[in-house]
Design a protein around this ligand. Structure first.
Ligand code: ADP
Ligand code: MG
Length: 596
């Protein structure tokens, strides 16, 4: 007798669940999509313990009759697809017929549903795929699904769930995101008996953004509505001076489906290139509409990824449309130089265009970057003792192999901004601002870790507006805020108050910083959250206090700076990888003068 068997249904469902239902938020996504596909315009979700204990959803969609309520739990049972060709013209969010059986196989589920024609509804109770009871029930038209004890029968999966706050904040984000794609619908989200939001139907995206994020964000948003051939792009994008520290404020929809898409994300970064970079991300609500034949939505079991048939073309159109919209803005922007911790200076677009070439010139077109690029290439072909300083300095002290060598000596200052220095083998051009920033960063980092810093009460406590999702993260991060010198508290579910801060921060507005801290630390494990907070505080303080460019320094001061810098473990790069010093080796100089 052979060894091959067909898997029993409940096992096949559990395996499918592994792909479809990774964690509570994936179950919420499937249930929400089913309600939207059913034509509901009022959807209410009640979550308990971040979805781990309970996910309940009520919709006023078309409902299901008795037979469909049972059919829905068969694997690959769907009302949305009948022929293979339909796969290429999908207009619904679901189509694989996997979600309900998958979720049911890893939970205790109850489904109640009634169609408009029926006088009475049906209730189906299941436990890990097994239908336990089917009864009549008095209920309104529409569907109610209750998912309890997610992964109760798969302990290994239970372990992978994160803290309640983390799981909840993903759910809040998801429902928020869907509410942007469905302006004409009402979404209510409750968690452990508390209403997190209740957004009523609106007629414009602007109003929806306002409902969730308040007026501050609105002031920084540009609307978008552009056709390119068969591609239609609409939505809102942030002005060049408004950034977030994570991509969590980028909402991408393709034909109404919420997606993560590398093609679109890359096009967005390209469009904003030259404004904020590295650790900063614009706020984006982008709705991409394409004919269904131009996009394959069936490339991922959770349907969160799509594949554009003409990916490169879509990429370039998105990049160009966004870029044109940004350039058309007569604005004053904050010009952020490369990665944090450096926020260099205020300058107007006109100013930048005159002084630094065209606004959107890619970085590697400017002479400084060209120098760095050439320099790096040259070094890879150098003998190892020269290659080391530039390529591998981050984790090694420089030059310790030759104690005979001293720290570089100052030669002079170039344009009151760059320190020129030399040692036996190298000529250095050191950015005085970034160098000082590096030194301060190390110092503050050490102080924060040791906890030996002053705290100071604010004269006037500052209130900070946040989104509900941020507030949830904020509440779970409160102990960390306290540890790092903040006295903070929630005022209501959208506002917190800051009463006390580390003394080194009193000179600045702390509101935006608190929001940034929440964004940086959200969803991280404890040690990573601590690291993120220290990093941001140190970088913020270092940037503010560091010697600026365009400041004349005495030779003594410059030498002191270099000596301090060289005693750090990584004198040539700032903590985020930005170069502090350009080096040119003797060998390079000789070769460039054709002496070799
Ligand atoms: P899919 O959405 O891919 O079709 P599901 O397993 O999510 O697969 O759902 C199976 C079927 O159950 C759907 O095709 C739909 O007919 C029905 N269904 C599920 N949820 C609802 C709902 N909230 N309202 C009405 N019908 C629903
Ligand atoms: Mg579905």
């Amino acid at each position: 007798m052979g060894h091959i068997r067909v898997l029993p249904d409940h096992l096949a469902n559990q395996i499918a669940a592994g792909e479809v239902v990774e964690r509570p938020v994936s179950a919420v996504k499937e249930l929400l999509e089913n309600s939207l596909d059913a034509g509901a315009d009022h959807i209410r979700l009640a979550i308990e313990a971040g979805g781990k204990r309970k996910i309940a959803i009520w919709d006023n969609g078309h409902g299901m009759d008795h037979d469909d309520c049972l059919m829905a739990f068969e694997r690959h049972a769907t009302s949305k697809l009948t022929r293979a060709e339909d796969l290429f013209s999908i207009r619904t969010l679901g189509f694989r017929g996997e979600a309900l059986p998958s979720i049911a196989s890893v939970s205790r589920m109850t489904l109640e549903s009634r169609t408009p024609e029926a006088t009475v509804g049906v209730r189906v109770t299941l436990r890990g795929s097994k239908i336990e009871q089917v009864t009549e029930v008095a209920c309104p038209v529409g569907t109610h699904v209750n998912v309890g004890g997610l992964f109760f029968n798969i302990p290994a999966r239970r372990k992978f769930m994160r803290r309640t706050e983390t799981e909840l904040s993903w759910i809040v984000n998801l429902v928020t995101q869907y509410s942007f794609a469905h302006l004409d619908k009402r979404f209510v989200l409750e968690s452990d008996g508390r209403t997190l939001f209740d957004v009523t139907p609106v007629t414009s995206l602007k109003e929806r953004i306002y409902q969730h994020f308040g007026k501050d964000m609105m002031r920084h948003m540009l609307d978008l509505d552009q056709h390119c051939d068969w591609l239609h792009l609409s939505g809102m994008i942030s002005t060049p001076n408004y950034f977030k520290t994570s991509r969590s404020h980028q909402y991408l929809f393709v034909n109404g489906r919420l997606v993560r898409d590398k093609v679109l994300s890359h096009a967005i970064s390209e469009a904003y290139r030259g404004f904020g970079e590295g650790h900063t991300h614009p706020v984006i609500f982008l709705f991409v509409h394409v004919p269904s034949a131009e996009v394959d939505v069936n490339v991922h079991p959770a349907k969160t990824e799509v594949k554009f048939i003409q990916g490169a073309w879509v990429h370039d159109r998105v990049r160009d449309v966004l870029r044109e919209r940004l350039v058309a803005q007569p604005l004053t922007v904050t010009y952020r130089v490369r990665t944090p911790p450096v926020i260099a200076r205020q300058t107007s677009l006109d100013d930048r265009t005159q002084n630094h070439g065209p606004l959107f010139t890619p970085n590697d077109d400017n002479p400084y970057q060209r120098f760095v690029a050439r320099h790096e290439v040259d070094h890879t072909s150098q003998p190892s003792h020269i290659e080391e300083p530039v390529a591998a300095v981050a984790d090694k002290p420089l030059f310790h192999a030759e104690p005979s060598l001293q720290n570089p000596r100052v030669i002079g200052q170039f344009r009151d901004s760059y320190i020129l220095a030399q040692d036996r083998e190298h000529l250095y051009v050191i950015d005085q601002h970034v160098a000082h920033e590096r030194i301060l960063y190390d110092q503050i980092n050490a102080t924060l870790l040791s906890g030996s810093f002053e705290r100071q009460k604010l004269l006037i406590p500052e209130t900070v507006e946040m989104t509900r999702a941020q507030m949830i993260d904020f509440e779970s991060l409160e102990p960390l805020f306290t540890r790092f010198g903040f006295d903070v508290g929630a005022l209501d579910d959208r506002t917190c108050v800051v009463r006390e801060v580390p003394a080194f921060l009193t000179s600045r507005q702390v509101g935006p910083l608190v929001v940034e801290l929440v964004e940086k630390a959200r969803g991280q494990r404890d040690d990573a959250a601590v690291e993120a907070i220290i990093d941001l505080l140190a970088a913020t303080r270092a940037c503010k206090a560091a010697i600026k460019i365009n400041m004349r320094l005495t030779a003594e001061k410059m030498q002191h700076l270099i000596d301090q810098l060289w005693s750090s473990s990584s004198p040539l790069f700032c903590p985020h990888g930005r170069p502090i010093a350009l080096t040119m080796t003797n060998d390079e100089i000789e070769r460039n003068f054709l002496r070799k």
